[in-house]
Design a protein around this ligand. Structure first.
Ligand SMILES: Cc1ncc(COP(=O)(O)O)c(C=O)c1O
Length: 393
């Protein structure tokens, strides 16, 4: 019998420490915003998915407080067990109305939505095609579903079509894609995916996590941008990014929503989001719908920043959204770039494998509507200076 000297995590954490790659949590005081206080130091924030600045919006705060007064703080249990609170119902009605679907169902997080939706809709007699850069929660949902899984190279529609052509004998064929790829900032060719899905009779599911509130005339996401909303059976999105809150939704037909209520284990077997979170998320959806100025500011900042980064000579991949990567390469160098920015009062996380493929370590910058022109210019000046010092440009 093997005798273990120390538990497996001790060795691994020492390895990470020795190689200078150990991650740690930094303490944030105060709210999420364009400026944050981390480990006691005030820094300019380029790390947050809080694209519209709603995480600290007084209208959302008020909505939460009002509901706490009426409904308290906890939701007690799963909604199937302890009841569907008024704040949950109001949020789902608002989402369904906004998305123009028959219904919507709220999950406790984007991760749980993907895992629950995919593993209940698909099973071992099905095949799923997914973009190689899809979010980890989609991959985990597919693994749990036991469906056969084929990954196609990033946004490569020719290969996807070849795969579809040769996939016969399955109950369902599904195509699942992120709308906006969270580490590259580019968008899925949804018009082409929908055309292929029609030709090869597939179900399409999209993850609008980084598109809700950001893309589309009304901020409904990539399906709106491409005008294919009615062609997508399963539209999932999060309430934790541009909406500034927490949780996620699936929008679609009434039958789909009823099915998920009965079959999605990550909905059935977990406590519902607190009513105050539901209320602030509902307010966020209303702001996204009504306040087009925030989205306009976000895109003005995004275009300005991306253009300047490209002019400096950074490799920003094919970013088309407020997520703008700067490719660095090796993990150590990426961490060093991030550390030097920190010294200059700019917070940008170093993203390394396994989150991204090896040798593609990067800074992942996210632009917010609330960044001022001075914020952007200061960051550009320091990025240029440090990038030159590290021979990246
Ligand atoms: C594309 C994508 N899908 C799903 C998620 C998970 O969402 P959540 O953070 O709400 O669990 C994220 C982010 O974390 C994401 O980037």
């Amino acid at each position: 019998m093997n005798k273990r000297v120390s538990p497996p995590w001790e060795e691994e954490i020492l390895d990470l420490e020795r190689s200078g790659l150990k991650r740690r949590l930094r303490d944030l005081s105060g709210a999420q915003g364009r400026m944050i206080t981390l480990d006691g130091k005030e820094v300019l924030n380029f790390c947050s998915n809080n694209y519209l600045g709603l995480a600290d919006d007084p209208r959302l705060r008020r909505a939460a407080v009002e509901v706490i007064e009426k409904e308290g703080v906890g939701s007690g249990a799963s909604r199937l067990i302890s009841g569907n609170m008024a704040a949950h119902r109001a949020l789902e009605e608002t989402i369904a109305h906004f998305k123009g679907t028959q219904g919507a169902l709220v999950f406790s997080a984007g991760y749980m939505a993907n895992v629950g939706i995919i593993s209940s809709v698909f099973g071992r007699d099905d095949i799923i095609f997914g973009d190689r850069l899809n979010h980890a929660s989609i991959i985990d949902g597919i693994v749990l579903s036991q469906a056969k899984f084929r990954r196609y190279p990033h946004c490569d529609m020719e290969t996807l079509e070849e795969m579809l052509r040769s996939a016969t004998g399955f109950r369902w064929r599904g195509i699942i894609t992120d709308s906006v790829f969270s580490m590259d900032g580019d968008i899925a060719p949804l018009d082409k995916i929908v055309a292929l899905a029609e030709r090869y009779d597939c179900l399409v599911m999209i993850d609008e996590a980084h598109a809700l509130g950001v893309i589309g005339k009304h901020g409904k996401g990539l399906a709106e941008y491409f005008g294919v909303e009615d062609k997508i059976a399963i539209q999932m999105g999060t309430l934790s990014k541009a909406a500034g809150c927490f949780g996620a939704y699936c929008s679609g037909s009434k039958a789909l929503i009823d099915f998920l209520i009965n079959k999605a284990r990550s909905f059935m077997y977990t406590t519902a989001i607190p009513p105050a979170v539901a209320a602030s998320a509902q307010k966020a959806i209303q702001i996204i719908r009504d306040d087009t100025m925030l989205r306009q500011l976000l895109w003005e900042n995004t275009h300005y920043f991306k253009k300047a980064l490209d002019q400096i000579g950074f490799d920003t991949l094919g970013s088309q959204t407020p997520i703008i990567p700067i490719i660095v390469g090796e993990s150590r160098l990426t961490v060093e770039f991030s550390r030097r920015l920190w010294d200059e009062g700019i917070f940008v996380s170093a993203i390394r494998p396994p989150t991204v493929p090896v040798h593609t370590g990067r800074l992942r910058l996210t632009v917010m509507a609330t960044h001022t022109r001075e914020d952007l210019d200061y960051a550009l000046e320091k990025l240029k200076m440090i990038g030159r010092g590290l021979n990246l440009v």
